[in-house]
Design a protein around this ligand. Structure first.
Ligand SMILES: [Fe+2]
Length: 539
């Protein structure tokens, strides 16, 4: 229940910040507060979402879904409950729809108030010549504008959106890389780290107030995958690097984060699932954080008290790092995916697309040259020492990060082995790194598929640490990593995966984020993949 006093307080707060752009103040605090959204599409069903705050607590809304935006041909009617128990978020899965169709939907409140009209689409069921997916990850609201969302919302040629995680960040607003003006303009709440249910709910409410994100959801269905920051940094099955005992139990925090995700994001409750896109692709949405991930290894533990670093690293690589017991997905999900890839290939489906969180291909740090730093940069002794250590460990064969699949090499081998055995045309989509990467995946010396990793919508990438010439940095990474064919380590944006039976193209689009609110595309990069090749072609 919202009291008259809190309404007045909220109104007074809004009135006290006069310098905000008008469109950032558009989010109402009663009524339909966050527009509409849709997600988790199947061939004959879809989840529709809105949020309605009534003045008297719970309210029963009417839902209408039509073939046309004028609602002259309504094909489905229903009801959905808005309640404080779900933070006033409303979900409805509408069934018995036609495959591959665009639909329009709206909610109607008891007093007759009507929500914005949303547009959505079911997955196609028939033989299919083309399907385009917009792919996003890592949108820290205090790091930059959501121009990537705005650009995708304004185009009309996508069929589906996939968000690979870090849709919100649980971290405090006053991070070192936060732009003060953005934090003020967006009024991200709470200001501290999100820990309790009320915190996560407020965090979603303030992220979702962004007009570009609202429009994106209103125009397209989205498949959302959580990564770690929807819960806590570097989450694994039983904890996270950013969770300590003073913050309560991990079980409570995980439950709070998951409840807020399920309230605010139009998805079903299955932690992993698959989506059949005509005969063109099976998209597997996998879960690599909470279901079965073993704790990340820490190299510092392996090196503690050791003077013979090379030997210690070798023991680490052949011992704990190589252990087959380490999993990203857990045994049950691994088997589900392996079986799913076999069934997809046997059904004649052309592509097997894996939508998941962290980078899969082996990646190590190259030797860092002066060009990696902005002219005039002088490293102090400590920084030079850290860099020299990182380079030396990389030369010994250690990867750039142990939170990625590189920290779970046996699990990666099992997944790629399953893909090769299934004769899958594997396309792995990854987020998390904040930068753009194109890899060829190899297993047992044979091409196993490709990996397309999307740059962040706004979260800062490697340029935060290496502010020099991005071309020199990219050349260094490509030279040092045989699987890597191209990368960009300095720009924000999103990708569009354009699928047809004979081949795919993937385009990374670069937009400004930190510097300005703008939908101007600054550049891009495209690759092609021919069916059967499992290799990247420059175009
Ligand atoms: Fe991220």
């Amino acid at each position: 229940m919202i009291s008259r006093r809190s309404l007045l307080q909220a109104a007074a707060l809004a009135a006290s910040i006069p310098l905000l752009p008008a469109r950032l103040l558009a989010t109402p605090i009663v009524g339909f507060t966050h527009s509409v959204a849709s997600g988790d599409p199947q061939q004959t069903s879809i989840v529709l979402w809105s949020r309605y705050v009534g003045l008297t607590g719970a309210a029963e809304l009417r839902l209408e879904l039509a073939r046309d935006p004028g609602f002259t041909a309504i094909v489905s009617r229903g009801t959905a409950l808005s309640s404080p128990a779900t933070d006033y978020c409303v979900h409805a899965r509408v069934e018995d729809l036609q495959p591959g169709r665009w639909y329009f939907y709206r909610f109607v409140a008891p007093g007759g108030e009507i929500s914005p009209i949303g547009r959505t689409r079911t997955l196609p069921a028939d033989p299919l010549n083309r399907f385009r997916i917009g792919v996003f990850s890592c949108a820290n609201a205090t790091s930059g504008w959501f121009n990537a969302y705005g650009h995708a919302a304004a185009r009309n040629d996508l069929d589906l959106l996939v968000h690979l995680g870090d849709y919100i960040y649980e971290s405090p607003v006053d991070r070192s890389d936060a732009l003060e003006a953005l934090a003020l303009a967006r009024r991200i709440q709470p200001s501290g780290e999100a820990i309790q249910l009320a915190d996560y709910r407020l965090r979603y409410a303030s992220y979702r107030a962004d007009p570009d994100l609202l429009e994106l959801h209103r125009h397209y269905p989205m498949i959302n995958i959580w990564d770690d920051h929807e819960i806590a940094n570097n989450a694994w099955q039983h904890g996270a690097s950013n969770h300590d005992e003073g913050e309560g139990t991990w079980a409570d925090r995980k439950a709070a984060a998951m409840q807020a995700f399920r309230e605010w994001v139009p998805m079903g409750t299955a932690p992993y699932s698959h989506y059949q896109i005509g005969d063109l692709a099976t998209l597997f949405r996998i879960e690599t954080r909470l279901v079965g991930r073993t704790q990340q290894l820490r190299l510092a533990d392996a090196l503690a008290g050791r003077s013979d670093v090379s030997a210690a690293v070798r023991e680490f690589q052949t011992g704990p790092l190589a252990s087959p017991d380490r999993t990203m997905m857990g045994a049950v999900q691994e088997e589900w995916l392996a079986d799913g890839m076999v069934q997809s290939v046997q059904s004649g489906t052309r592509w097997q697309v894996l939508a998941q969180q962290v980078i899969m291909a082996p990646t190590r740090l190259p030797n860092v040259t002066q060009e990696w730093f902005a002219p005039g940069t002088v490293l102090d002794d400590e920084q030079q020492g850290q860099l020299a250590t990182a380079e030396a460990l990389s030369r010994l064969g250690l990867p750039l990060g142990l939170d990625r699949w590189d920290g779970y090499p046996a699990a990666r081998d099992r997944l790629l082995n399953a893909a090769v055995r299934a004769n899958a045309e594997l396309v792995v989509l990854s987020g998390d790194s904040h930068n753009a990467w194109a890899y060829e995946l190899v297993h047992g010396g044979q091409p196993a598929g490709v990996e397309l990793a999307v740059q962040g919508v706004s979260s800062l990438g490697l340029e935060k640490r290496f502010g020099g010439d991005p071309r020199a940095i990219a050349a260094g990474f490509v030279e040092a990593n045989p699987a890597l064919k191209w990368c960009d380590t300095s720009q924000r944006g999103y990708m569009v995966l354009d699928m047809s039976p004979a081949g795919l193209t993937n385009e990374w689009l670069f937009l400004p984020s930190r510097s300005e609110q703008s939908l101007q595309v600054l550049g891009g990069h495209r690759v092609a993949i021919s069916r059967g090749a499992r290799r990247l072609e420059a175009i």
